[in-house]
Design a protein around this ligand. Structure first.
Ligand SMILES: Nc1ncnc2c1ncn2[C@@H]1O[C@H](COP(=O)(O)OP(=O)(O)OP(=O)(O)O)[C@@H](O)[C@H]1O
Ligand SMILES: [Mg+2]
Length: 235
């Protein structure tokens, strides 16, 4: 197993946001976490990333415990978060934002090559590389956020609601991109409120309700589950 979360707990003060969640991700797989606002999805990704310290449980990466490691160590090991809401530096240029994704890399040649690879993947970003990232459309900003994550040359990508606020056309582009990234060898944990999209992309899904896994299974099974359809697919 590439990444394993075992009985993870996250508290904010006395509030328990994640109440003993277990997940596993194999090499080359896409898993998705779906669930309503406040279910604890982002908290799980933040705990994996080292951005919040779990109050219980374990995170294992390639068989080794990584919970409690600082975020920069987790990035170095190959796990990179594309945060909810993109979190770009809006006054900095597209190019500068991309460069920040490789802040741990001292090899300036490799960083420059990485930026070119991102531009090859997202040609529109090459055109806009000297513009402040805040001037770009929502979809283009999501490309910058994903590109910035790719700059760290991850093995595992944690994606927090990449489709949020995007036009249907842009959602299709992001979906196609996720498929391509998997083909390129990445393993992905996809958090989405758009359950339909997420389950069509993922191999395996987890339905999160108020900090606990209510249901899990292969995506096609969840897609045909009447309970999931009623609660999450707008059917
Ligand atoms: N920094 C924080 N301090 C206190 N409570 C927090 C903090 N971050 C999240 N919470 C609470 O923890 C719970 C889970 O939040 P989380 O952001 O993980 O949910 P989510 O599933 O990602 O929701 P959303 O769909 O809105 O992004 C919520 O009740 C939220 O209010
Ligand atoms: Mg969230």
């Amino acid at each position: 197993m590439l990444l394993e979360v075992k009985n993870l707990r996250v508290h904010y003060g006395k509030v328990e946001a994640v109440k003993g969640v277990s997940l596993s991700l194999r090499q080359g797989q896409i898993i998705t976490l779906i669930g309503a606002n406040g279910a604890g999805k982002s908290s799980i990704l933040k705990a994996i990333s080292g951005l919040v310290r779990p109050s219980g449980g374990e995170v294992l990466y390639e068989g080794r415990r990584i919970d409690g490691q600082p975020p920069n160590r987790v990035v170095e090991m190959g796990i990179v978060n594309v945060p909810e809401g993109r979190r770009l530096f809006k006054l900095m240029t597209v190019r500068e934002n991309l460069r920040l994704g490789a802040y741990l890399d001292r090899d300036s040649r490799r960083v420059a090559d990485g930026i070119e690879e991102v531009f090859d993947r997202f040609p529109i970003l090459r055109e806009k590389q000297h513009q402040p990232s805040g001037k770009l459309s929502g979809g283009q900003q999501q490309m910058v956020a994903i590109g910035r994550a790719l700059m760290a040359r991850p093995k595992v990508l944690l994606m927090d609601e990449p489709s949020l606020g995007l036009s249907p056309k842009m959602i299709d582009e992001i979906a196609a991109l996720i498929v391509e990234l998997r083909k390129a060898g990445l393993s992905i944990v996809l958090v989405e409120q758009n359950a339909n999209l997420a389950l069509h992309l993922a191999d395996h899904g987890y339905v999160l309700e108020t900090g606990s896994i209510a249901l899990e299974g292969p995506s096609d099974r969840l897609l045909s589950d009447p309970e999931v359809a009623r609660a999450y697919l707008g059917a």
